[in-house]
Design a protein around this ligand. Sequence first.
Ligand code: FES
Length: 84
Amino acid sequence: MENHDIELTICMGSSCFSRGNKKTLQLIQDYLKETGRLQQVTFRGSHCFGQCEHGPMLRINDTQYNQVTEANVINILDQFFESR
Ligand code: FES
């Protein structure tokens, strides 16, 4: 397994943060830990992506996800990892 070959960036700009990414951040961290993927992923927060109207935003490698919520983030992660 390659180390840190996946870049996962969560928007920590004030709009996304206040609309859910504060909690989504924790869910992603828990997910990576529970699925043993911490070594595969570089997980970081970012300033505003400049697309607040589509937020809360999440980026995995070159793919941007809009309207990420506590309810759909695990599905997004599962689908991404299953497609690899
Ligand atoms: S705060 Fe996330 S896109 Fe602006």
